[in-house]
Design a protein around this ligand. Structure first.
Ligand code: PHE
Length: 338
């Protein structure tokens, strides 16, 4: 039987050299691998071989069969036109890197501020960016033609009969909250605001604020100060200190501007804090009773405090970004760092 196998093997080698057309390949398959082919014949013969030879013969026949199948499959594969690109894909190739997006630095800082105030019970409220005069100014104690309106260079929008404006602060949202809710009120309003200023490294025609409002019975200036100290420590670290300087806002009385100790130089003095050791971060004060009354809150029962800060300013101090324009230029080299 070995002889027969060797003989067929030689025949196979000779045939393999000449197979080129698909017709020849098919004849090749029928001759050797078909149901009446030579391999089948050999396997049949194997059954009647003497037991002691079976193993050796079996190995040879099997090797021949594998050789034939490999040859046939390879030929067949190379004949087949590639039907579509998915069949041409190399599935073992490693994947390409996916460019992940990242959060905008202002979103990161905004979310952090929200988180800090959420912990002490402040809920987020939002309102429209196009505001009427009442919510942006009048309800906040800015009478018409009052010079304080000049503090906030306003973009006015002519909307037919009613003159509207792009909100200059998110205090407008707090008026809406006061109108629609009964104290106790504890809310923060993050959002974009607009002011008609020439764009430079230090000013922009839009920026972002978080303003806070707390109204209840017996809310005091001490509560305000303690809340802001808690905030400063949460954002700038345990060692942060604050100081309050008297200031003026139409809607708060008394009013103050708040400085935080310079975390960049540890209050030793640097060019960011202009060698004072302090950085201005927000405005605040006790809500003027006239503001409570305009929104329907009884000022003989309730008092409250309010504060407002620019998110850009906090982000500038956290990330040492000295040009405000970077936040809105969508330069990937800048954005990818966060
Ligand atoms: N609304 C003020 C501003 O935009 C900030 C502020 C809010 C000041 C609340 C005092 C109290 O400048």
């Amino acid at each position: 039987m070995i002889q027969k196998i060797n003989q067929i093997s030689l025949e196979v080698d000779a045939d393999m050299k000449v197979v080129s057309t698909s017709e020849q390949l098919e004849n090749f398959r029928v001759k050797y691998l078909g149901s009446k082919g030579l391999v089948k014949e050999l396997f049949n013969e194997l059954k009647s071989a003497p037991n002691e030879d079976k193993k050796e013969f079996g190995l040879h026949v099997n090797a021949l069969r594998i050789k034939l199948e490999v040859f046939y499959n390879e030929k067949k594969e190379s004949e087949r036109p590639l039907k579509n690109t998915s069949e041409a894909q190399d599935l073992s190739r490693s994947g390409e890197n996916i460019a992940h997006g990242s959060h905008h630095p202002l979103s990161i800082v905004r979310d952090e501020i929200i988180e800090v105030f959420n912990r002490i019970g402040f809920v987020v409220s939002e309102g429209p960016e196009i505001e009427d005069d009442w919510h942006n100014f009048s309800a906040l104690n800015f009478p018409k033609d009052h010079p304080a309106r000049d503090m906030q260079d306003t973009f006015f929008i002519d909307k037919g009969a009613q003159e509207m404006a792009l909100r200059t602060h998110t205090s407008s949202v707090q008026v809406r909250v006061m109108e629609n809710n009964k104290p106790p009120i504890r809310t923060i309003s993050p959002g974009r605001v607009y002011r008609n200023e020439a764009i430079s490294a230090r000013a922009h025609c839009f920026f972002h604020q978080v303003e806070g409002l707390y109204i209840d019975k017996d809310v005091s200036f001490a509560d305000l100060k303690q809340t802001l100290l808690y905030f400063a420590k949460a954002i700038f670290g345990e060692n942060a200190q604050i100081r309050l300087r008297p200031s003026y806002f139409p809607f708060t009385e008394p009013s103050a501007e708040v400085d935080v100790s310079c975390s960049i130089c540890d209050s030793k003095g640097c060019n960011v804090c202009k060698y004072s050791g302090w950085l201005e971060i927000l405005g605040c004060g006790m809500v003027d009773p006239a503001v409570l009354e305009s929104s329907g809150i009884d000022s003989s029962v309730y008092s409250g405090f309010a504060f407002g800060m620019g998110i850009e300013r906090i982000a500038q101090l956290k990330y040492k970004v000295n040009d405000l324009r970077m936040y809105s230029e969508n330069d990937l080299r800048f954005l990818k760092q966060f």
